[in-house]
Design a protein around this ligand. Structure first.
Ligand code: ATP
Ligand code: ATP
Length: 154
C-alpha cells in the first residue's frame, strides 16, 4: 500500500544524511549581491524557476549572506536598477546552515521548528594545524529533498 511505502521511506531516511539528498553546489543557482535587478536580469531569475536564491558577497560563493525570494521581485520597478544587496537588505530573510553529515531526521525536525525550508549545506575543512575550523559550502537542501527521499522508497 502507499501508506506502507511511506512508512518504509520514513524509516529509511533514519540512515541517511544531508549530503545524500542535497543539491550539489555546482548545480545551485546563486547570485552575487552586486547583481543589478533590471528587466533582463529579473527575467533570467524568474525563468530559473526557483523560489529561493542564495546570495553571496565579495564574489565568494562560500560567503552566502542572504536569501533572495523571487516573490520579493514582484513589486520592484526594473527602471530603478536596484541591486540584489539592496533588496535583500530590505527583506532580511535569514540564511540557515546545516552540516553535510547531519542525519535527515534531525534536519526534518529543524525544518518543522523553523519557518524556512531551505538550508545551505557546509562541510568542515580539515585543519591539522590546530587553528579555527573552516567551512566550505557544498550544496543546498530543502524540505522537498527529504520528502522526495521518503516517497521514492520501494
Ligand atoms: P517551492 O517548491 O517551495 O516553490 P522550489 O521549487 O524553488 O520551491 P523546492 O521545491 O524547495 O524549491 O526544491 C526543489 C529542488 O530544487 C530541491 O532538490 C532543491 O534542493 C532544489 N533547489 C532549491 N533552490 C535551488 C536553487 N536556488 N538552485 C538550485 N537548486 C535549488
Ligand atoms: P544559531 O545559534 O541560530 O544556529 P549561529 O550563529 O550558530 O546561529 P548559523 O546560521 O546556525 O549561525 O551558522 C552556524 C555556523 O555556520 C557558524 O558557526 C558559522 O561558522 C557558519 N556560517 C555562518 N555564516 C556563514 C556563511 N556566510 N558562510 C559559511 N558559513 C557560515
Amino acid at each position: 500500500s502507499n501508506e506502507l511505502k511511506i512508512a518504509v521511506g520514513a524509516m529509511e531516511i533514519a540512515d541517511k544524511v544531508v549530503k545524500d539528498v542535497m543539491t550539489k553546489i555546482e548545480d545551485v543557482f546563486m547570485l552575487p549581491d552586486t547583481t543589478i535587478l533590471n528587466a533582463k536580469t529579473v527575467m533570467e531569475i524568474v525563468k530559473m524557476g526557483y523560489t529561493r536564491i542564495p546570495v553571496y558577497q565579495f564574489g565568494d560563493k562560500n560567503n552566502v549572506t542572504d536569501m533572495l525570494f523571487v516573490k520579493d521581485l514582484a513589486l520592484l520597478d526594473p527602471d530603478d536598477n536596484f541591486t540584489v544587496k539592496t533588496v535583500c537588505g530590505y527583506h532580511k530573510h535569514p540564511v540557515k546552515f546545516v552540516m553535510n553529515d547531519t542525519p535527515l531526521p534531525n534536519l526534518l525536525e529543524a525544518f518543522k521548528k523553523g519557518e524556512g525550508h531551505l538550508a545551505m549545506v557546509k562541510r568542515l575543512i580539515n585543519t591539522d594545524d590546530g587553528h579555527d575550523p573552516s567551512y566550505e559550502l557544498v550544496g543546498v537542501v530543502t524540505l522537498e529533498d527529504i520528502v522526495e527521499e521518503i516517497l521514492q522508497a520501494e
